[in-house]
Design a protein around this ligand. Structure first.
Ligand code: GLV
Ligand code: MN
Ligand code: MN
Length: 418
C-alpha cells in the first residue's frame, strides 16, 4: 500500500515498547542508569525469562537452541514456509546502556504483538530472536550465537570458551538455562530463513546530526580482534636495575604505542582500540611478569584490515625485547553488504511512513552480519542521544524507538508474505 500506513505498523504501541525497555533496564541496572547484563550472567538469565513470560502471555511459542539463542515464534498460515526473523541481543557491556541490543529484541517482540493486535495473517512464521553473547565482552568472540546459528563458528569450540575468570561457557550456559522457559535443544543450531531484519540504535551521531529518524543500513564494516600476550619476569621493584629487568608491562606499552601510531590514518576511517589490559601479578612493588591486552580493529575494506594486521604482527616481533611476546587473532569478520532488496524495503517503509531517512553503513558489529550469509538481510537504525553507546548514559527517545519499530513491522510483513 503505497503512501499509506499499514494496519499492523499502526498497531505499534510506543508506551508499551518504552515500558518494556524500562522493565528490562531493571535487570542488571546500574546507579548511572545503564545496565551490566553480561552474557550468561544471572541478569542475562532474568532478561531471558522475562521475555519468555511476555511471549507466553501472548500465546507465542518459545524455544532455545544449543548455544542458548532464544526464539519467540508467531505462526504463519503456511506451516511449511521458512520463517522470517528479527531481533538482536540482550547481553550488555559491563558499563552498557539500556538500548544497545535490547532495542532490537523488544522492537521484534513489539512487531509480533502489533501483528497479533492487528489480527494480521502472514504466510510465513515471524520469529523474534535474542542472540547469545553478542557483545563478546565476557566471552570471546562476540556475536557468538548468531555466528554459530550461521555455522560460521563451531558450536563445540564455542562451548569450551572461557571468560576472563576461567568460567567455561558451557557451564555458564547450563546455569543460565536452568530456570529457563524452554529446554536447551540438542543438535546443531540453525534453520532455514526467508529473511532477517535487525533494528538497533545507531551508536553514532550521524542520524542526530542530520536530523533523520531512520538509518537505512547498507553495510557493516569488517572487524578483527586479537589478544597480545607479553611474558616478563617478576623482580623486586626497589632493587632490580633496569638492564636486568624483563618488565612485561613496559614491553606491552612499547608495543601498544607503536600500534597506535601504525593505525592512525589521515581520514580517520580505521578504528583501533585496546580495551582490556591485564598486568600480573598486579603488585605495586613487583616488576610485572605478564601483560595481556586485547585489540579491536575495524575498517570497511578487508584489504586495509589485512595490511594493518601484518603491521601489528611485525610490531609484536620488533618491540617486545627482552620479553617474549605473541599475538593471536580471535575474530575475523569480513565486511557485510546487506541485500539490496531488503535495503529497498526498509527505505520504502520509512518513506511510506513519512519518516526522514538516510542510507548509511554501520560502524558497529551486529548479529545481522552473520545472518546475512544465510538469507536476505538488512538493518534499521534509529538515533541515540549524541551518538553515545557502550556507556551507561546511552539514551534514545520513545518516539524514535517506535518509529523504527513501525518500519520493522512493515518490512517483516512484506517479507513474511512473499
Ligand atoms: C558490538 O557491540 C560491537 O562491538 O560492534
Ligand atoms: Mn548491539
Ligand atoms: Mn554493543
Amino acid at each position: 500500500m503505497n503512501g499509506a500506513t499499514h494496519a499492523s505498523s499502526g498497531a505499534v504501541k510506543e508506551d508499551r515498547l518504552w515500558q518494556r525497555h524500562a522493565d528490562m533496564a531493571k535487570l542488571g541496572g546500574t546507579p548511572k542508569g545503564g545496565v551490566n547484563r553480561q552474557a550468561l550472567s544471572p541478569e542475562d538469565a532474568a532478561a531471558r525469562n522475562l521475555l519468555a513470560s511476555w511471549a507466553k502471555a501472548r500465546g507465542f511459542s518459545v524455544s532455545t537452541d544449543a548455544i542458548g539463542n532464544l526464539f519467540v515464534r508467531r505462526e504463519g498460515t503456511d506451516a511449511h514456509a521458512d520463517p522470517v526473523m528479527s531481533g538482536s541481543h540482550m547481553d550488555s557491556q559491563p558499563t552498557g546502556g539500556r538500548f544497545d541490543g535490547m532495542y532490537g529484541v523488544l522492537a521484534a517482540f513489539e512487531a509480533l504483538e502489533a501483528l497479533e493486535d492487528a489480527k494480521a495473517k502472514t504466510k510465513r512464521p515471524v520469529i523474534a530472536v535474542a542472540w547469545t553473547n553478542e557483545e563478546g565482552s565476557r566471552f570471546q568472540p562476540g556475536a557468538m550465537g548468531s555466528a554459530v546459528f550461521a555455522q560460521r563458528y563451531e558450536l563445540d569450540e564455542m562451548l569450551q570458551q572461557k571468560d576472563w575468570k576461567g568460567v567455561v561457557l558451557k557451564e555458564a550456559l547450563a546455569e543460565t538455562l536452568k530456570a529457563a522457559p524452554a529446554p536447551m535443544r540438542t543438535g546443531l543450531p540453525g534453520f532455514a530463513l526467508a529473511g532477517y531484519v535487525e533494528a538497533h540504535i545507531e551508536q553514532g551521531p550521524r542520524l542526530e546530526n542530520e536530523k533523520k529518524t531512520i538509518g537505512v543500513v547498507t553495510a557493516i564494516q569488517g572487524s578483527r580482534r586479537y589478544i597480545v600476550t607479553v611474558d616478563g619476569e617478576e623482580a623486586h621493584a626497589g632493587t632490580t636495575p633496569r638492564a636486568a629487568r624483563k618488565d612485561a608491562y613496559a614491553a606491552a606499552t612499547r608495543i601498544a604505542s607503536a600500534m597506535y601510531e601504525a593505525t592512525t590514518d589521515k581520514d580517520d576511517t580505521l578504528r583501533f582500540t585496546i580495551g582490556r589490559v591485564e598486568v600480573s601479578p598486579g603488585s605495586p612493588n613487583t616488576v610485572p611478569g605478564k601483560a595481556v591486552f586485547t585489540i579491536d580493529m575495524r575498517h570497511p575494506d578487508n584489504d586495509v584490515l589485512a595490511a594493518h594486521e601484518k603491521k601489528l604482527y611485525d610490531i609484536v616481533k620488533s618491540k617486545a625485547a627482552p620479553c617474549p611476546a605473541s599475538i593471536e587473532r580471535v575474530t575475523n569478520v569480513p565486511p557485510t553488504n546487506f541485500d539490496t532488496g531488503v535495503i529497498d524495503l526498509v527505505r520504502d517503509a520509512a518513506n511510506n511512513l513519512k519518516l526522514t531517512n538516510m542510507d548509511m553503513p554501520s560502524g558497529a558489529g551486529h548479529d545481522a552480519m552473520h545472518i546475512a550469509t544465510l538469507c536476505p538481510a538488512g538493518m534499521i537504525f534509529v538515533p541515540c542521544e549524541r551518538g553515545i553507546s557502550h556507556n551507561e548514559i546511552e539514551n534514545a527517545t520513545p518516539s524514535d524507538l517506535a518509529a523504527g519499530t513501525r518500519v520493522l513491522v512493515e518490512v517483516l510483513e512484506k517479507l513474511a508474505n512473499r
